[in-house]
Design a binder for this molecule. Sequence first.
Ligand SMILES: Cc1cc2nc3c(=O)[nH]c(=O)nc-3n(C[C@H](O)[C@H](O)[C@H](O)COP(=O)(O)OP(=O)(O)OC[C@H]3O[C@@H](n4cnc5c(N)ncnc54)[C@H](O)[C@@H]3O)c2cc1C
Length: 406
Amino acid sequence: MARRAVIIGAGITGALVAWRLVRAGWSVTVLEARHVGAGSSSRTAAGIRQQFSTPETVLGMRYAVDYYRRFRDEVGGDTVPIVQNGYLFLYALQEDWDAAKYRVQMQQACGLDEVEALEVGPLVRRFPWVERHAVLGGTYCPTDGFLRPETVYNEAIAAARRLGAVIAQNAPVTGVEGSGGRIDTVLTPTGRYPADLVFDCTNAWSPRLARVLGGTALPIAPRKRYLWMCERAGSMSGETLSGMPLTVSPSGAYCRPENEDSLLMGWAHDAPEEPDFTYEDQDLVEPAFFHRSGPDSYGYSTWMALAEVLPPIGEFAGITATTSGYYAVTPDHNPFLGYDPQVKNLVRLVGFSGHGAMFGPFTAHVAAALAEAGHDVPAVDVLGHAAELAAFRIGRRYGHGEKLVI
Ligand SMILES: Cc1cc2nc3c(=O)[nH]c(=O)nc-3n(C[C@H](O)[C@H](O)[C@H](O)COP(=O)(O)OP(=O)(O)OC[C@H]3O[C@@H](n4cnc5c(N)ncnc54)[C@H](O)[C@@H]3O)c2cc1C
């Protein structure tokens, strides 16, 4: 009989893990409290980059970029879900710019040959919409970009279903039965699901689910993040806008094209931890963040912070929409990918700290290796390199955190 995997949560993580395991011969059931894509996966900026400060993540995201490019062959569907416009990080302080150049060397040593550090002259020649007096330089990787997240989770769920996976929606996990430190059966209000292996793919809900499953209390803080849509006007053409890389200003405010008329903008703020957020809270926009609140709103500040460095954006017509969702933030901004120390057959794939959409394929790759081994493994193979997993292990020390967080 095929081994039985129960996957809890049907966002990008659960969907890609389901597809990966069903192809590896597991009998897969996905249990989703609401509907496919009900969490952060449908509320994301969906940037994907290989420019990280953690070498293992550089490798993992090289894997993810490659996977998303081959998505139609790997998973199916008609749409390639990655737009490779690149990622441009801009720097204005000497200390930050020196650290960025050093990181580029590390990233190149991880096989990311195409990432470059551009001093201000070459930078503004390549990206003439950058204000040359506002920056010292920038790092650019042309194979980075952004995703179409709904394509990822919808196609992966559909593909898993075609190979026999059971996808139960409106099926919140409310309890388990087990013995000897293992989960034998996962319970929802209407069903009982026997399991050999259980995967927690609930990200921002994971601390709550852990209490239901008897798992380890992991330090994961759900924190609100907002996005705004700004409409193009003025001197920037639609062609220029739609070809722009995802650009991160020295302030941390970032933007990317949504299409040739709309710019998606984001900027992290000092958000409180909301351990008990509700589904409705995901879309609750506080007045201080709502675009219709005018120039005092954080959306407007984000727009102006970007316009300081990217002047043509200051000529845009205005902000037309505000959306929001939750990051699941860990102390070092790296996720937890591993077996739960308190439940022998529970794998936690959570705490993505704003990187879960891009992590998806790598997360599924790690999940398959963990499922095969039956215990934590030190590394997985990524395009011929060994990607060490110590940085993602549960129970790690939080000394060297990820430095590139937006
Ligand atoms: C504003 C914003 C911008 C972002 N920008 C980026 C970015 O640029 N790049 C990037 O990679 N990431 C980004 N992220 C983060 C990214 O969206 C998430 O890390 C990713 O979507 C997490 O996917 P997931 O499948 O792990 O979790 P989710 O998509 O949150 O899915 C979890 C699922 O678990 C279900 N669930 C919860 N409890 C239960 C239960 N008891 N039983 C059954 N099901 C349950 C939920 O209903 C939900 O569907 C951003 C997030 C936000 C909010």
